[in-house]
Design a binder for this molecule. Structure first.
Ligand SMILES: Cc1cc2nc3c(=O)[nH]c(=O)nc-3n(C[C@H](O)[C@H](O)[C@H](O)COP(=O)(O)OP(=O)(O)OC[C@H]3O[C@@H](n4cnc5c(N)ncnc54)[C@H](O)[C@@H]3O)c2cc1C
Length: 489
């Protein structure tokens, strides 16, 4: 006999944790099942002696009251330990430091200093205006994009009329907006924009829709540093889940999903079977065909084939002994050439704040660095080439880190380590180490992404390869929309 639940949620990253906690908060008997012993997925951690490292994601945003992580905290009655950074990020390049002040006017002034242009202020004001409008609309439309005729009816309200003008921004790339403001022909500005876009939308200005770009380019105004690591909010969400009676099983992978009449059955790596009326999977679309069957498998196989590209990440981690007080936790470092074995001319470094003594003891900081790479490159190498390539990329990044942080160059560094798509594949179970979801583009914009509602009654798909895409606020939005749908049924 299988144990029966109202709902089963697969995967305890941000998406799965949020969905499970919201269901339990609404008295739904829910099972959350996670393959790894650690929680968080791409926003997880690892520990080395006294040091605590973010293993993938590091920055939190979308925590204002009308935004997904703000709403989640309110609904669950929890609050995350965060610091809103007055400097959201510093971009380091051979031209000097560009400071992404959180304050909009201060940032526009800074941008005009580096890239003087009469329409610079208009361009950024437009991005901030678009960003606000999008958040207002998504906060009020949990049934968007529509999956049923009732959803279309639900969307037909006067407050949504102002959203119609946003549709153009889904099918036009940021390039169109840059041209409109005559900002397209300064190669240094274009480089700056592209490097900011690749870390926020996973695309560049020629393909990234300008709505998604507005969200990505303005996020340094709302950058929050999560004390103790980005997994701490996940832990708080899951504590709420278990406090509300939810069942958490870790270190246990779902190996098969079957449908039996109106019930979903899951089989696990520990030989158990569980059943539920609703099954919410937060694992990537590329993983779904290997655990589903028949028409469900065909559905996910077709989606996985259609959305066949996702980035991989190359990571560097180390602890550094320094009492230096740095202006922010987040840095983007531009390199002159493409980083070896990667696809990027920049890397993103997160340096723990001095008062975050959970991540590192006083006088030390932990550093997590990430950059974009192609998964296949690492998955297909033989072991000898793999270790050589990993070492070469690690060395390159360390040299450039030292070059851009001269004040840290001679500080003692410990636990220097690197990770590749092979590492992500092992620890997060993501097929081929595909991370960062489906890059947004004008062809594959968030309206065309795999829907959270599948054609199979009671089966939902959330996480960064489904609507509305990647990033912790987005996956929490998808999770929360699905829960609202389940609760209304
Ligand atoms: C290097 C890097 C940096 C990033 N930086 C940021 C950032 O700074 N800010 C930000 O907001 N976003 C960032 N992102 C994106 C963000 O991390 C992800 O979009 C988000 O965490 C994805 O959450 P998820 O729940 O959809 O998926 P995941 O985090 O992948 O969670 C899915 C979970 O499912 C589990 N699982 C898989 N298969 C099974 C199975 N068969 N059975 C049971 N469990 C299973 C996995 O172990 C995992 O825990 C970054 C991503 C990467 C890779």
């Amino acid at each position: 006999m299988s144990q029966h639940f109202d709902s089963i949620v697969i995967g305890a990253g941000y998406a799965g944790a949020a969905a499970a906690a919201l269901l339990a908060n609404n008295a739904k008997d829910t099972l959350l099942i996670e393959a790894h012993y650690a929680l968080g997925g791409c926003a997880s951690f690892f520990r080395r002696k006294h040091f605590f490292f973010d293993s993938g994601a590091t920055t939190l945003s979308g925590v204002l009251p009308n935004q997904p992580l703000g709403q989640l905290q309110k609904q669950l009655g929890i609050s995350f330990h965060l610091s809103h950074l007055p400097i959201g990020m510093i971009i380091k390049s051979k031209q000097g430091d560009i400071i992404r002040y959180a304050d909009k006017n201060q940032w526009i002034q800074e941008c005009n200093t580096h890239f003087p242009h009469p329409q610079q202020a208009d361009f950024w004001n437009e991005l901030y205006r678009l960003e606000k409008k999008v958040w207002d609309i998504v906060a009020n439309n949990p049934f968007f994009p529509p999956a049923t005729a009732t959803d279309i009816f639900r969307l037909a309200k006067p407050s949504n009329l102002k959203g119609i003008t946003l549709l153009k921004g889904i099918i036009s790339p940021l390039d169109a907006l840059l041209k409109h403001y005559r900002l397209h022909d300064n190669p240094q500005f274009r480089r700056f924009i592209d490097e900011q876009l690749i870390i926020s939308t996973q695309s560049y200005a020629d393909t990234a829709p300008y709505i998604t770009s507005a969200m990505g380019l303005t996020y340094p105004s709302q950058t929050y540093y999560p004390y103790g690591g980005i997994v701490q909010p996940v832990k708080a969400i899951i504590n709420s889940f278990t406090d509300n009676g939810g069942t958490l099983r870790t270190n246990e992978a779902v190996t098969a999903i079957h449908k039996q009449k109106n019930t979903w059955l899951i089989h696990t790596s520990k030989g158990k079977t569980f059943s539920a009326k609703n099954l919410i999977s937060s694992i990537p679309v590329w993983n779904m065909p290997s655990i589903t069957h028949d028409d469900v498998r065909q559905y996910f196989h077709k989606k996985a084939k259609h959305f066949d590209f996702s980035w991989g990440a190359f990571m560097v981690y180390f602890a550094i002994e320094t009492k230096e007080s740095l202006p922010t936790a987040y840095y983007q470092i531009h390199t002159e050439e493409i980083i070896p074995h990667c696809q990027s001319r920049s890397f993103f470094a997160t340096i723990s704040l001095s008062d975050d003594t959970f991540k590192a003891p006083a006088g030390w900081k932990t550093v997590t660095i990430s950059t974009h790479t192609l998964t296949r490159h690492w998955m297909e190498m033989n072991d000898h080439d793999y270790h050589h390539a990993k070492h070469q990329t690690l060395e390159y990044i360390m040299q450039h880190f030292d070059k851009h942080f001269p004040q840290l160059r001679h500080c003692k560094k410990e636990w220097i380590n690197a990770a590749t798509p092979r590492t992500f594949s092992h620890y997060t179970h993501r097929l081929n180490g595909n991370v960062g979801g489906i890059p947004h583009s004008i062809k594959q914009n968030f309206l065309t992404l795999p829907h959270n509602v599948t054609p199979f009654k009671g089966l939902y798909h959330i996480g960064d390869s489904a609507f509305p895409g990647q990033g912790t606020p987005s996956v929490v939005l998808g999770a929360s929309n699905v829960v609202q749908r389940i609760l209304q049924e």
